[in-house]
Design a protein around this ligand. Structure first.
Ligand code: IVH
Length: 667
């Protein structure tokens, strides 16, 4: 074959291959078999190898990847690649629609709905129909030159079916099945797997060697065209999509022309319900005002067009495996089963755990350890298990039983009548105590910065804090001795505690963690009683008279304040100067336990200094004397008591420890 013949044959081959590529990829309607196609490609590659100077920039041989590049060049976008404003609800959609109605002074608006492909936006520059340069979005103004990699994507025409100059944009993505195959192969080779199809696409486009990208199953849907010839004459987005298809691009088959708000909503709902059946990931729909003249009238903000929005789906779904099911003890003793998951990226964050709520839900969803499950984020925040993929069971799954003993304190757990939850009823259960400390310091509660899960646990385990009342008696030196603490952190915690002392009453009410009393109820209670002691001594009738407080909440409040533990806590808080709300006059009450009784103090007290102890006794009608005699009623002993203890024992005087004393105070 001479040069001229070779050149002619190459041209024929290019034309045939490009045409069949179009039938196959764009029209989804192949006219020859894969083997026949492969033969054409092989012939092209062989001929080009013999005559390298006859290789053209639009030769399909670029699909298999040419020479590697040494670095990515920069590409300045001719038109900035803006982002889209995200909306998440019907309400926001309504606002968007009405805003456009007002600005355009038009009742019914026509939109193009397109799936929002979860991939990467790329820009493709064509000169007289030939693909010249392709780039990533970058910061919207400058992207990276990835022409070498984009050329390997079969769905990107190297040669348009019309000789126009244009910038085309679209989304590069990887189908889910291709992504799974790729990960499987990588795992077999001992290579790191990709977290999701999007990351796999991004990783592929960022290769210096186009042979790597060529081996990755990347795909593209085109959705934008900027006419650089000035001769195309497009007036709407819909025309643009039709024209892109005509040029040889693949346009998403789910695009739709929509009249008015109702059709938009229908479209959104339809795609959301079909999402899982599509072979690739979409995370919402993009709505673009169809008419270019009207688009222009609306213009752009600095970040996004005013004529388009991305209406995101509420909760993304992912598939993962339940590695184990553990139980968690909450602050009110509720035992919650929690699924430990194989970590997955879900709606932008890594999810490792999902609550299974209670025994009934586990039964209802038929969840077993080892199951493959679909998870999603409820309200886009809390991960939840949607369902088990029972078809993927191997027989090695294990069923899960709720424990009969509390995992923290080993006391028996009970399911109360009419409740779905199992509960640990031991008020001294360590897990509950730690959870209560965390809740007390939480953002909505006393907002004690630094008092998170690990510190709460540390304080409890070191024996420094047994209930939230103890927090206000922490000493700097004992804190600084804790592991990972140090002077500075100790000081910060004390300052945060100090700040929390003056928080408004409703926060204290909430922070106490009374069952069924959330932030809203706390505000109602604080607003009505205006002082914590008054709330503590309220009767059911008064509670029930309040708006939004029913028998369930009322009895929970009564129960809470009736507990001995609560009274101890409240006393500690009060003495430490935590804001209890407005002052109640005549607070001094003479106590029968203290009236006319004489106390002698010995040893060092942990909770109060001598002066405080004296005040506590005297304000209740007792008196403090210095030495033990037969007339002494009580000896209050702290640590390292002196000789007074011995003498008191000899005289048979009642000896009270600090704990006993505390109980006397609050009774
Ligand atoms: S139009 C100014 N159409 O979503 C118009 N974008 O949040 C901007 N995307 O960066 C793009 N599918 O990566 C458009 N049908 C579609 C899309 C789409 C996915 C991505 C694209 C863009 C991001 C904006």
């Amino acid at each position: 074959m001479d040069r001229q013949e070779a050149s002619k044959r190459l041209e024929e081959l290019r034309e045939q291959i490009n045409r069949h590529n179009y039938y196959y990829h764009v029209l989804d309607n192949p006219r020859i078999s894969d083997a026949e196609f492969d033969n054409l490609m092989r012939e092209l590659l062989e001929l080009e190898a013999l005559a390298p100077d006859l290789v053209t920039p639009d030769s399909p041989s670029r699909r298999v990847g040419g020479e590697p590049v040494s670095s990515f060049g920069e590409v300045r976008h001719r038109v900035p690649m803006l982002s889209l404003e995200n909306i998440f609800s019907e309400e926001e959609l309504g606002n968007f629609y009405r805003r456009l109605q007002r600005s355009l002074e038009q009742e019914e608006l026509e939109f193009v709905g397109e799936p929002k492909i979860d991939g990467l936006a790329v820009s493709l520059y064509y000169e007289n129909g030939i693909f010249r340069q392709g780039a990533t979005r970058g910061d919207g103004y400058t992207g990276e030159d990835i022409t070498h990699n984009l050329s390997t994507i079969w769905n990107i025409p190297l040669h348009l079916r019309e000789k126009v100059s244009a910038e085309v944009r679209g989304e590069v993505f990887m189908a889910r099945a291709d992504f799974q195959d790729l990960n499987l192969k990588r795992a077999e080779l001992g290579l790191a797997t990709f977290a999701n199809p999007r990351n796999a696409s991004a990783g592929s486009l960022r290769q210096l060697d186009p042979k790597i990208a060529s081996a990755r199953p990347l795909d593209i849907f085109a959705y934008y065209l900027q006419d650089l010839s000035g001769t195309i004459g497009l007036h709407t987005q819909w025309q643009t999509l039709e024209y892109l298809q005509k040029l040889g691009f693949r346009v998403n088959p789910q695009v739709s022309l929509l009249q008015g708000l109702d059709e938009i909503l229908d479209y959104y709902r339809r795609l959301e319900s079909r999402k899982a059946q599509l072979p690739y990931d979409i995370d919402g729909v993009v709505l673009k005002l169809n008419d270019f003249a009207k688009q222009q009238q609306l213009g752009y903000t600095s970040r996004a067009p005013r004529w388009a929005v991305a209406y995101k789906f509420s909760a993304e779904e992912e598939i993962t495996t339940i590695k184990d099911i553990k139980v968690n003890v909450g602050r009110t003793g509720t035992i919650t089963p929690v699924a430990e998951l194989e970590p997955v990226l879900l709606a932008g964050s890594v999810v490792k755990r999902a609550s299974l709520h209670n025994e009934d839900i586990i039964k209802e969803k038929n969840v077993m350890i080892g199951d493959k499950v679909v998870i999603h984020k409820a309200g886009d925040i809390i991960p939840e298990i949607v369902r088990v993929i029972e078809g993927e069971r191997t027989g090695r799954e294990r069923s899960f039983e709720m424990p009969s003993l509390c995992p923290s304190c080993q006391k028996e757990v009970k399911r109360l009548l009419g409740e779905a939850a199992l509960k640990c009823l031991n008020p001294a259960c360590p897990a509950q105590l730690v959870e209560r400390i965390i809740h007390f310091g939480s953002r909505g509660g006393m907002d004690i910065e630094g008092l998170g899960e690990s510190l709460a646990l540390q304080l409890y385990e070191a024996g420094l804090v047994r209930d939230v009342g103890d927090l206000y008696y922490l000493q700097k030196n004992e804190l600084a001795e804790l592991e990972r603490m140090g002077e500075k952190s100790a000081q910060n915690l004390l300052e945060a505690l100090e700040k929390s002392r003056t928080k408004p009453l409703y926060r204290l009410v909430y922070a106490l963690g009374i069952r069924f009393v959330g932030e809203r109820t706390s505000r109602i209670l604080a607003g009505h009683f205006r002082n914590l002691d008054r709330l503590a001594h309220s009767n059911t009738e008064e509670l029930l008279s309040l708006e939004e407080i029913g028998p369930k909440i009322a009895s929970s409040i009564k129960e809470f304040f009736a507990q001995q533990e609560t009274r101890i806590i409240i006393d500690k808080l009060k003495r430490s100067g935590v804001n209890f709300g407005e002052k109640i006059k005549d607070e001094k009450t003479v106590s029968a336990v203290f009236k006319d009784k004489s106390f002698v103090l010995t040893g060092s007290l942990i909770r109060y200094n001598r002066q405080e102890a004296r005040e506590l006794i005297e304000s209740r009608g007792g008196k403090v004397i210095n030495s033990v005699s037969a007339k002494t009623d009580y000896l209050l002993t702290g640590e390292n008591p002196g000789s007074k203890l011995k003498k008191a024992q000899e005289l048979g005087i009642t000896i009270v420890t600090e704990e006993d004393f505390l109980k006397m105070i609050i009774n």
